[in-house]
Design a binder for this molecule. Structure first.
Ligand SMILES: C[S@@+](CC[C@H](N)C(=O)[O-])C[C@H]1O[C@@H](n2cnc3c(N)ncnc32)[C@H](O)[C@@H]1O
Length: 349
């Protein structure tokens, strides 16, 4: 039997696959869609097809593309439900594509750029070696550990930081709803990237001073984000290394940081937070929590993302508690939020 005797429906297609063979073929072509979406984001297809649509020649002219390839790309977009065309000549964007518009509230464009960017794409291409060796493939694929590589690749670093902001923007209010900052004057977002989380908290708490500690190259994005959210006068970016030291605070925020690192590295970061906590201070760890095997959900796949890219992993609550204990901290409460992310509140043991 040849491939095409099966129900060969590419991933993301508006057709429905039939049976396990069809579904398996769809899984095999998942990466095609990742790169269609990344390319649509890069070439601002959503912006071009918005309001009246455009012909492939118009898009090609605007983005300096090969016209025939632009047509073929838009035709594929139409087969994925990203565009429509009644005459095969003029294409309009769908609401699905509109999520990538540059000016859409909560735009997913920066996340789409990141999902298919080299920093992710190349290590994922070596997933089998990760599983074989139990080691991250960032060095083999990129030549350096992921955050070192990003520090030397300004364009990719900008994509990464903006993607973190885009992701956090969708979560920050849900987390802020369960975070009690009563009595806190200074909050430090440790590895806070663009700082959307602490800046959202600052908007809600007008007397709160906010700091982002992150690698120095992230500073410009963090300052721009603070300005966009109107909190510049109470915000400071500190370029530094959380393995060395962390600025003093009443509350340290650690969101999606521990999952990037192996246990010993996490303990170093947590110890540095503990050392820098003011009296009555707290550390708030915000992460996905891995549930029992077979539970459907994002966590086991995000765990593979960490495995391919970094030395990190997704963890269960028990695994986190073990890290906290080693760092001289104890879990005071676990606060589920209206998202997949839990807030773990830690105090000195
Ligand atoms: C997965 S991102 C999370 C960003 C942010 N907390 C969020 O949830 O959107 C991890 C962050 O850790 C930062 N980082 C990595 N190594 C660091 C180090 N040694 N010191 C300080 N920040 C670091 C990265 O630059 C990145 O912004």
């Amino acid at each position: 039997m040849t491939l095409f005797e099966h129900d060969f429906v590419a991933a993301g297609s508006t057709e429905r696959p039939v049976g396990d063979t069809g579904r398996m073929l769809q899984m095999m072509t998942g990466y095609w869609v990742t790169q269609v979406v990344r390319t649509a984001a890069e070439l601002r297809i959503a912006d071009h097809l918005h309001a009246g649509g455009a012909t492939p020649a118009e898009v090609a002219e605007a983005e300096s593309l090969d016209p025939d390839s632009a047509f073929r790309f838009l035709r594929a977009c139409a087969s994925l439900g990203l565009a429509t065309s009644t005459d095969g000549k003029r294409f309009a964007g769908t609401p699905l594509l509109d999520t990538l518009r540059t000016d859409a509230p909560g735009s997913l464009r920066n996340l789409a750029l990141w999902g298919g960017a080299e920093s992710h794409w190349l290590p994922w291409g070596r997933l089998a070696d990760t599983v074989r060796t139990g080691t991250t493939q960032a060095e083999a694929a990129l030549g350096a550990p992921i955050f070192d590589w990003l520090a030397a690749a300004p364009k990719e670093a900008e994509i990464f930081t903006r993607a973190m902001t885009a992701m956090t923007r969708g979560l920050a209010h849900k987390l802020a709803d369960v975070i009690d900052l009563e009595g806190a004057r200074v909050a430090v977002d440790v590895g806070g990237a663009g700082g959307n989380l602490v800046q959202t908290l600052m908007q809600r708490h007008p007397r709160l001073t906010g700091v982002v500690l992150d690698l120095p190259h992230v500073g410009a994005e963090a300052d721009a984000s603070a300005a966009a959210l109107g909190v510049t006068d109470r915000f400071t970016f500190v370029g530094g290394d959380f393995f060395e030291q962390v600025p003093p605070a009443d509350v340290h925020l650690l969101k999606f940081v521990l999952h990037d690192w192996d246990d010993d590295s996490c303990v170093r970061i947590l110890r540095n937070c503990r050392k820098a906590l003011g009296p009555g201070g707290r550390v708030l760890v915000m992460e996905l929590l891995v549930d029992k095997v077979g539970t459907p959900g994002l966590e086991p796949l995000m765990d593979l993302n960490m495995m391919a890219l970094s030395t990190g992993r997704e963890r269960s609550l028990d695994e986190f508690e073990n890290l906290f204990e080693r760092a001289g901290l104890k879990l005071a409460s676990t606060l589920p939020s209206a998202s997949r992310v839990s807030v773990l509140e830690l105090v000195p043991a």
